[in-house]
Design a protein around this ligand. Structure first.
Ligand code: C2E
Ligand code: MG
Ligand code: MG
Ligand code: MG
Length: 278
């Protein structure tokens, strides 16, 4: 019996592995023509000024609807796109599309709207990255104050020297920078010290437990306090309940984002949302 089970487990394991490898290959393949096949779109999630309850910005979040594989989550395909290099054309497309849309919104009267775009390590360590951004801004006639780039720690630390230089150039252009998923990495504090961020995005895993964990509450309170001393602003990610929002307000957290206010939504819907919340 033991022998039989052992063999079955081995079989199960290799099958599982094969299926994962197949899936990975399918995703990598699909990604290589997702742009040309027009399968990518941007959704936008509102970002709220907690004290006034008004929208100050939106975060662009890419969506892939593959003809072959159906809807695939960015949490799944972005890491694969980073591995294969597809992230460079995809990232450039995301940036252009979001910037073009930002310009349209400012023309429609959303004069102070800030559009945030997630940037991958591969983009950030391109020595010419800030120049591309400057070129796009000129091409679309977009003022830099409407653009915020969200960077994760791991993105910055893969090549500290280049990413630091690129970040400095971006800030000189007037672009805002946010550190994304703050509080779950390893060297968060030294990153804050070195890089010119305007926003600290508190990771959802911390915000989720603000009402139930006194430790998470203490960490959030301390980060908000610290951000003030550093001249940065905290954005709480993944706010889902009124209780969480209320606690954040009492801690003087300036900004929040999460399902409580609105999910990521397609263009028409977010534009309607902006009209009713600005
Ligand atoms: P992120 O940048 O930290 O984005 C926030 C994620 O949290 C989004 O997931 C959003 O839908 C989700 N979220 C927002 N509010 C809530 C909430 O209240 N509850 C819960 N449970 N989730 C919430 P999404 O859209 O699946 O994106 C996942 C990640 O994929 C992003 O995390 C980002 O790291 C990456 N990503 C998405 N779009 C892009 C892109 O255009 N370029 C790059 N490089 N990465 C992207
Ligand atoms: Mg983000
Ligand atoms: Mg995040
Ligand atoms: Mg993330």
């Amino acid at each position: 019996v033991a022998k039989k089970r052992g063999r079955n487990q081995y079989y199960w394991f290799t099958q599982q592995f094969k299926t994962q490898a197949d899936q990975h290959l399918k995703l990598a393949n699909g990604l290589s023509h997702a742009l040309a096949a027009d399968e990518l779109t941007l959704y936008y999630q509102p970002q709220i000024d907690i004290q006034s309850n008004k929208v100050y910005g939106v975060e662009a979040l890419v969506r892939w609807n593959s003809a072959e594989l159906g809807a695939v989550s960015p949490a799944v395909f972005i890491p694969i796109a980073e591995e294969t290099g597809a992230i460079l054309p995809i990232g450039a497309w995301v940036l252009r599309t979001a910037m073009k849309q930002a310009k349209k919104w400012t023309e429609e009267g959303f004069k102070d709207l800030v559009v945030s775009v997630n940037i991958s390590a591969h983009q950030l360590i391109e020595p010419e990255f800030a120049h591309y951004v400057a070129d796009f801004m000129q091409e679309y006639g977009l003022d830099a104050r409407h653009l915020c780039l969200e960077i994760t720690e791991s993105a910055a630390i893969s090549d500290l020297e280049t990413s630091y230089k690129v970040c400095t150039e971006l800030v000189e252009l007037g672009v805002k920078l946010a550190i994304d998923d703050f509080g779950v990495g390893h060297s968060s504090l030294s990153m804050l010290n070195k890089f010119p961020f305007q926003f600290i995005k508190l990771d959802r895993s911390l915000v989720q437990d603000i009402a139930t964990s006194s430790r998470d509450y203490a960490i959030i309170r301390t980060v908000i306090e610290l951000s003030g001393h550093l001249g940065m602003q905290v954005v709480a990610e993944g706010v889902e309940t009124r209780e969480q929002a209320e606690l954040l307000r009492t801690l003087n957290c300036p900004e929040a984002q999460g399902y409580l206010y609105g999910r990521p939504m397609p263009l028409e819907q977010i534009t309607a949302y902006l009209r009713s919340h600005t």
